[in-house]
Design a protein around this ligand. Structure first.
Ligand SMILES: *[C@@H]1O[C@H](CO)[C@@H](O)[C@H](O)[C@H]1NC(C)=O
Ligand SMILES: *[C@@H]1O[C@H](CO)[C@@H](O)[C@H](O)[C@H]1NC(C)=O
Ligand SMILES: *[C@@H]1O[C@H](CO)[C@@H](O)[C@H](O)[C@H]1NC(C)=O
Ligand SMILES: *[C@@H]1O[C@H](CO)[C@@H](O)[C@H](O)[C@H]1NC(C)=O
Length: 188
């Protein structure tokens, strides 16, 4: 832990040191990396609702001539932006503990419908209030899958990990989904 703090101190000092005239970069420094990390598990539900008057997920782009409609909400090339509540329980009425904001695109030309999911999931309560995890991953449209956690902010700065996702509700007509997230992250 101490080693890690010194390493960060070095990074911070380097980052704030005046840049040598005529250079946009500092000399690279060798640093000690932490030999131990913390492992944290998160468990929550994400509500990705496309239907209704106040959807959490909206279509922003699609290829010309591609039809986006009920029963086919994510044809190849469709891009959605989302701001989904994260709740403690599977019910949308249960305690909201954060929000997932980002975008997903339908990226498979085949029958194996697949999204590319890019988002920042920020927590708004408890120990990790204000911290977030970043997800950038292939997301096949199957009930159980795994997505990659590529980083984070706040207490999850420099995090790496993965999440198992379980679609506990999926309406194939509207595309509405409730996803259970079981996240495992390793962070300093
Ligand atoms: C989009 O499709 C419509 C209908 O086929 C066509 O009139 C229009 O020119 C197309 N737009 C572009 C940018 O290809
Ligand atoms: C979370 O943090 C924000 C910003 O610091 C603060 O305003 C809010 O009261 C906190 N919420 C909880 C539940 O701790
Ligand atoms: C997530 O974890 C819960 C509680 O441990 C478990 O009941 C559930 O089956 C897990 N789901 C997935 C998709 O890993
Ligand atoms: C699924 O979505 C369709 C279209 O929005 C709706 O008519 C239907 O009631 C929904 N089914 C469930 C189980 O929510």
């Amino acid at each position: 832990m101490e080693t890690y703090i010194y390493a960060w101190l070095l990074v911070i000092l380097t980052a704030t040191a005046p840049v040598v005239k005529g250079k946009y970069y500092s000399d690279s420094q060798l640093i000690d990396v932490p030999t131990t990390m913390k492992e944290t598990h998160l468990h929550f539900f994400m509500h990705d609702i496309l239907s209704g008057d106040n959807p959490f997920s909206v279509l922003v782009a699609k290829p010309n001539d591609t039809v986006v409609q009920e029963g086919n909400p994510v044809p190849f090339g469709a891009v959605y932006v989302f701001d989904d509540p994260l709740t403690e329980g599977p019910d949308l009425e249960s305690k909201v503990i954060g929000n997932a904001r980002g975008l997903y695109a339908s990226v498979s030309r085949g029958s194996d419908a697949t999204l590319l999911l890019n988002g920042d999931l920020e927590f708004t309560s408890g120990e990790f209030n204000g911290s977030s995890i970043s997800v950038a991953s292939r997301d096949p449209l199957v009930l159980i899958k795994e997505v990659a956690v590529v980083g984070g902010r706040g207490k999850f700065r420099m995090a790496k990990g993965f999440s198992l996702l379980n679609a506990i509700f999926f309406n194939t007509t509207s595309g509405d989904a409730i996803l259970e997230w079981n996240v495992t992250i390793f962070h300093p």
